[in-house]
Design a protein around this ligand. Structure first.
Ligand code: EPZ
Length: 419
């Protein structure tokens, strides 16, 4: 089992190039099922989840050519796709459920494993299934699988999501592209990754009209084209490295980003007195002598992202005074707190609220990763802790961060992978 060994106390100096977004790549790969023509997706991050999605597509019969050097993938989904997505693939990557919408819309039938549980919450998919039923699908959930059929195809209709869901918005948006007639989606997620999916779908020839902050109208079409698409940058990876720079009192240039779509995060970090110089495609981050405390709440975009909650919690342990976090998206996303406490952090949890006491010196320890973002929060804590930190179960980390130890050690930090 691989581990990471980090020796804290070094200052970060250098440049980090941000990879393509995992959470934009996954729905776009699922959406390639809609067309029989070749699609080329560029700027993809070479991370475990993307490789798992590529494997999933090839098991259903797509021809998939993943070029890890050029970070691009060529896909041809001809009509002989199997419409089955197995548990052993979905248990490690919940986003596999995003093939349900496209398979059902294109072939009128799909058997997809219920996504495995997750340490950050129950993560049901009722919003996905209820919307597909409303579009005319017959859905049965049995023996851990979703058996869906729509013999006469899916029918466009009005769907108002009872709560904002990135995955449900993406699954139904993709399915609606081949449905009969018009589908009106309301109370949709508007994350940049959803926007990038819409750009990709329009390039395929889908008729999509974003008519408001959270409203999207889709007119079903018969067939689609081929296209080439470059995935947007990973704003969560970028936010993680901004916090790494703020923590390690160095100076870091972060390139290959669009700061405009990170305005909420940058504004909040500025409030904590983190210096961020913004340019069109890069930012330069340096940290102040004193980091100000802050109170934040996680919210759907454009609010503060839940995927940066664990990371900013580490920064708050350095703040002047008590900071707070209210986690509004997932019901159990404080799994990293017990490990941070073992490193000396003083954090109190009451329901979905965390109280983080500042000016705490963290000490190195042997810790365990529980989910993707909790793992990277432990890396950040290790960078500022005295002595050594060993992080176990870093397969969680490899799901969503490309070459993290290389990117950080190239900037003067002491981090290495122990196999
Ligand atoms: C996406 O997950 C992201 N994953 C998550 O990133 C991210 O944390 C999340 O959106 C919120 O931004 C990918 O894009 C692959 P949701 P998703 O549906 O789509 C509840 C990471 O670290 N809900 O927006 O699964 C759900 O339980 C991952 O990269 C239902 O109740 O999130 C949660 O409380 C972690 N019923 C809330 O909605 C449903 O049918 C938001 O979930 C669906 C969701």
């Amino acid at each position: 089992m691989e581990k990471l060994e980090i020796t804290g106390g070094k200052r970060i100096f250098g440049t980090i190039k941000i990879s393509g977004s995992k959470n934009a790549t996954l729905p776009i790969l699922a959406a390639t099922i809609l067309t029989n023509k070749k699609t080329i997706i560029k700027n993809i991050p070479i991370v475990r989840d993307v490789e798992t999605m590529a494997t999933l597509l090839s098991t259903i019969g797509s021809s998939v050519k993943l070029n890890k050097i050029k970070k691009k993938i060529e896909i041809i989904n001809n009509n002989s796709l199997k419409t089955f997505a197995s548990y052993n693939l979905l248990k490690t990557m919940r986003a596999g459920v995003l093939v349900l919408g496209p398979l059902l819309a294109k072939y009128g039938t799909a058997k997809v494993s219920l996504p495995g549980g997750c340490s950050i919450g129950s993560r049901p998919i009722n919003l996905h299934l209820n919307a597909l039923e409303k579009m005319g699908a017959d859905i049965k959930v049995k023996n851990g699988y979703i058996k869906a059929s729509a013999k006469k195809g899916l029918k466009g209709c009005l769907i108002r999501f009872p709560k904002i869901s990135v995955g449900a918005t993406e699954n139904i948006l993709i399915a609606a592209c081949l449905a009969k007639g018009k589908t009106k989606l309301r109370n949709c997620a508007s994350e940049p990754e959803v926007q990038d999916l819409i750009v990709f779908l329009k390039k395929l020839g889908c008729r999509i009209n974003k008519i408001g902050k959270r409203s999207i109208d889709i007119l079903g079409v018969e067939k689609l084209k081929s296209t080439v698409h470059k995935v947007i940058f990973d704003r969560i990876e970028a936010g993680t490295y901004i916090i790494a720079a703020a923590l390690t009192n160095g100076r870091l240039k972060i390139t290959n980003i669009n700061p405009k779509i990170m305005s909420t995060e940058i504004k909040l970090l500025n409030k904590m007195k983190i210096n961020i110089i913004k340019r069109k495609k890069y930012i330069i981050v340096s940290s102040p002598k004193k980091i100000k405390k802050i109170n934040i709440e996680t919210k759907p975009y454009p609010g503060f992202p839940t995927d940066l909650q664990a990371q900013i919690m580490v920064l708050m342990t350095k703040g002047e005074g008590i900071s707070t976090i209210k986690e509004n998206i997932f019901e159990n996303r404080f799994m990293h707190v017990s490990e941070l406490r073992r490193m000396g952090a003083h954090i109190e949890i009451l329901g979905n609220k965390a109280k983080i006491y500042g000016k705490k010196k963290l000490n190195g320890a042997e810790v365990m990763a529980t989910d993707l973002r909790a793992s990277v929060c432990l890396v950040l804590a290790g960078l500022v802790a005295k002595e050594k930190t060993i992080i176990n179960r870093i397969y969680h980390l490899d799901r969503g961060y490309e070459k993290i130890e290389k990117k950080l050690s190239n900037c003067g930090l002491k981090i290495k992978r122990l196999t």
